[in-house]
Design a protein around this ligand. Structure first.
Ligand SMILES: C[S@@+](CC[C@H](N)C(=O)[O-])C[C@H]1O[C@@H](n2cnc3c(N)ncnc32)[C@H](O)[C@@H]1O
Length: 234
């Protein structure tokens, strides 16, 4: 079974020949695909919950991949044996909120610093981008993907050291390219969300809410400019 467009986009950032760790693997769809397609030599699949892990174990077994994919019940990186983490080159954390992904990285301390990170937040992508910049991770590449009526961002990040604080605009767009058609859709949808929030606030009588609404309208306008003043590439 081929993974959906969102997971396929995540797989594009996995480096050839490495060992993948998939945190929050659910049915182990991504590790199975990465191993079967020859992208990686092996994989570690982890999930915090028994049910998804049992589904992952069934899937891995049915596909005859038990010798190449090891499975762990684990909260993020925390319950994965050190020897396994030692051989991991690339980690995917996909399909969770941006703040949850940031927490999983934070709880892991230095462990993710040696890995190629592929992160796909379902919500609060801007919070994750801010966290990464503050903790010394750089987003090297980022692509949007439309799947099932949503447009998601997939980030490829690496630890480079230092600390940076992102502006609101930087945190909303990251490295999404407005010249890419799905990138443009991502930016337009982010602008729409800001406009809706601004309109809600503008109905309030308080001066603080009015100020916040003006700020959100301003940001939405800048996102719309970014999306509109670009010639589409694809
Ligand atoms: C919505 S599914 C996403 C599955 C898959 N990664 C994807 O993107 O299609 C989220 C999965 O993450 C798992 N999960 C949530 N928090 C986790 C954590 N702290 N550590 C490991 N797995 C976690 C859940 O049990 C669930 O199976």
């Amino acid at each position: 079974m081929t993974p959906d467009r969102r997971l396929l986009r995540c797989s594009e950032f996995i480096r050839n020949g490495g060992v993948l760790l998939d945190i929050g693997t659910d049915h182990a769809m991504l590790p199975c695909y990465a191993v079967e397609s020859g992208r990686v030599s092996g994989a570690v699949a982890a999930d915090i919950a028994e049910g998804p892990l049992a589904a992952a174990r069934r899937n891995v077994g049915n596909r005859g991949l038990s010798d190449r994919i090891s499975l762990y019940l684990s909260d993020g990186f925390l319950n994965i044996p050190a020897a396994e983490l030692e051989r991991v080159t690339d980690v995917v954390i996909a399909g969770m909120g941006g703040e949850m992904i940031a927490k999983i990285l934070e709880d892991a301390g230095d462990i993710p610093k040696k890995m190629n990170l592929i992160l796909q937040p379902n919500t609060r992508a801007e919070a994750l981008r801010k966290y990464l910049a503050e903790k010394g991770y750089e987003i090297l590449g980022e692509r949007a993907v439309r799947d099932g009526g949503f447009v998601y961002a997939v980030m490829n990040a690496r630890y480079v050291g230092g600390r940076r604080s992102l502006s609101d605009l930087e945190s909303l767009v990251g490295r999404i390219d407005p010249a890419d058609s799905e990138g443009r859709q991502y930016i337009i949808l982010a602008a729409k969300r800001l406009r809706a929030a601004a309109e809600g606030k503008s109905r309030s009588k308080s001066p603080e809410a009015a100020e916040s609404a003006a700020q959100l309208f301003g940001l939405a306008g800048r996102l719309e400019d970014l999306a509109e003043n670009i010639t589409e590439r694809s």
